[in-house]
Design a protein around this ligand. Structure first.
Ligand SMILES: [Zn+2]
Ligand SMILES: [Zn+2]
Length: 126
């Protein structure tokens, strides 16, 4: 365990992921982590996320046309999908997978992986 790994900032960011239990943007991480480390700036959160990515603890969730979200590597290692709320712009984990997607690829093609993001309204916005 490195020294940096134990800094308050990294701990606050990691705790934010655990509290939220869903993919978070830098801004969302900042809002949550700042509750624990009041002087925390957005840039520090960004650096902490980069560091956690280097350590392999956090992975980016790419969002077409939007800012990246991040999730814990322990969550990402289990195959899952995401739900994007178009009203509050939050992302949530979906734990099911329709499967059988190899049936959709053209003849002779080989499916290697897939990403699936459903969009609509979350329970707070619906
Ligand atoms: Zn919503
Ligand atoms: Zn799937």
């Amino acid at each position: 365990m490195t020294l940096q790994r134990t800094t308050k900032q990294l701990q606050a960011v990691q705790a934010a992921f655990e509290t939220a239990g869903r993919p978070l943007s830098i801004e969302e991480l900042h809002a949550l982590a700042a509750e624990q480390v009041t002087s925390l700036g957005v840039r520090t959160v960004y650096r902490a996320v980069r560091r956690l990515q280097e350590l392999g603890d956090v992975v980016a969730v790419s969002v077409p046309g939007g800012s990246d979200r991040y999730e814990l590597a322990t969550v990402a290692s289990h195959h899952h999908h995401h739900f994007h709320c178009t009203a509050c712009d939050r992302f949530f984990d979906i734990h099911g997978c329709p499967g059988g997607l190899h049936k959709l690829v053209p003849e002779g093609f080989q499916l290697e992986h897939h990403e699936l993001t459903l969009s609509g309204l979350c329970d707070s916005c619906a």
